[in-house]
Design a protein around this ligand. Structure first.
Ligand SMILES: Nc1ncnc2c1ncn2[C@@H]1O[C@H](COP(=O)(O)OP(=O)(O)OP(=O)(O)O)[C@@H](O)[C@H]1O
Ligand SMILES: [Mg+2]
Length: 365
């Protein structure tokens, strides 16, 4: 769907060193640096058991990879794969993301302790629950709440396969959920997401809409940023591509831009920029060009409120771009915060049809 080069790569080695919540400036294009004076082969490290905490009772279990039954791959990203797994002792299905890391034994223990902080404090209905993590042969296994599909997959089906559109009232509920999730992460956990895009917004047949891949990741994302070049990050704000445009550390307003691009894409079924053939193309268009504002057309009409909301997120100058408080006061958000919409029927019908057509091989109702 996205007309951009979203190159899937092999898992790079990650150095998980940064603090969990970071407003530290991280350059987007940095050569990976080997910070280890003594190289340790991570796969030779002893495996590190983790603790699973399963809601709603917050029951805890010590677990190793042997306690998880693999039920197949859900998808693959740039840094690893996500599988559906079953934890028999608690009777819980979960999504497990496996990422290659190069941390030593001491750092593994520190990382697991840091992740426990996220586990205990993430309690927002619009954020994916994090259950726990472990290390196996040097890979970090991140266990989280299992959802049915991402908006990326849903859009491919709705726009490209059945040639329909996502109705604006559903987009309204998605916007409310995402802004509230981002605001919660910042206010309660002091986490900036840094990777807002359709594949990181997940939905299920119950009508839940949840943001994932936030700073579980605090450490992981920083390391990822170091190995990932701008060409692979099409949702990135102009000031992130060209840090000369704005001073200071990473600001939540860069996530607001990514939210604007994401909403534009899921409202139209198309990535809002024309195809980029090189990082230079992206640089030219995003940094030098006008922002890709949303417009109403005969085929795809939108309300003035929705257009205004999306285009406010796509304000090119970071200084003038709204922050979450302003977005939460926007008429479009206020309307969908209160309006009763049958999101459950929409998602359960759409996801069931997607499953019937083989789009969701791991799907189970
Ligand atoms: N908790 C989850 N429940 C269901 N599906 C998930 C879950 N977490 C991730 N996925 C899906 O698994 C696939 C791979 O996710 P992953 O985060 O590795 O990559 P991505 O978001 O597509 O891209 P990137 O690597 O650039 O972040 C995506 O389709 C994603 O939507
Ligand atoms: Mg993701």
């Amino acid at each position: 769907m996205a007309g951009n080069p979203n190159v899937k790569r092999m898992r790079p080695n990650l150095h998980l060193k940064a603090p969990i919540s970071s407003e530290v400036e991280v350059p987007e294009v940095v050569q990976p640096v080997n910070t280890h004076t003594h190289f340790t082969d991570p796969s030779s490290l002893p495996d590190c058991a983790g603790t699973l905490t399963i809601p709603p009772d917050q029951e805890t279990y010590t677990f190793t990879s042997d306690d998880l039954q693999d039920e197949g791959e859900i998808g693959r990203g740039n840094f690893g794969s996500v599988n559906k797994m079953f934890h028999a002792k608690s009777g819980t299905y979960m999504a497990v993301k496996r990422i290659r890391s190069t941390v030593d034994e001491k750092e593994q223990h520190q990382l697991l302790m840091d992740l426990n902080v996220v586990k205990e404090s993430s309690n927002c209905e619009f954020i994916i629950r994090f259950y726990g993590a472990l290390f196996k042969e040097g890979d970090c296994w991140i266990c989280m709440e299992l959802m049915d599909a991402s908006l990326e997959k849903l859009c491919k089906y709705v726009y490209d396969t059945i040639l329909q559109r996502i109705p604006e009232h559903i987009l309204g509920k998605i916007a409310v959920a995402t802004v509230k999730a981002l605001n919660y992460l910042k206010k309660e956990l002091n986490i900036i997401h840094r990777d807002v895009k359709p594949s990181n917004i997940l939905v299920d047949v119950k009508g839940h809409i949840k943001l994932c891949d936030f700073g579980i990741s605090g450490q992981l994302v920083d390391s990822i940023a170091k190995t990932k070049d701008a060409g692979c990050r099409p949702y990135m704000a102009p000031e992130r591509i060209d840090p000369g445009m704005s001073k200071g550390g990473y600001d939540i307003r860069s996530d607001v831009w990514s939210l604007g691009i994401t909403l534009h894409e899921i409202a139209t079924g198309k990535f809002p920029y024309p195809k980029w053939n090189s990082v230079f193309d992206q640089l030219t268009q995003v940094v030098k060009g006008d922002p890709p504002l949303l417009k109403s057309t005969d085929e795809l009409p939108f309300t003035v409120d929705f257009i205004e909301f999306v285009n406010a997120c796509l304000t090119k100058s970071k200084k003038e771009r709204p922050k979450y408080d302003q977005l939460l006061n926007h008429h479009f958000i206020n309307q969908y915060e209160t309006e009763e919409i049958d999101v459950e029927s929409y998602f359960s019908e759409t996801l069931s049809k997607m499953a019937e057509m083989g789009f969701l091989p791991y799907f189970q109702t």
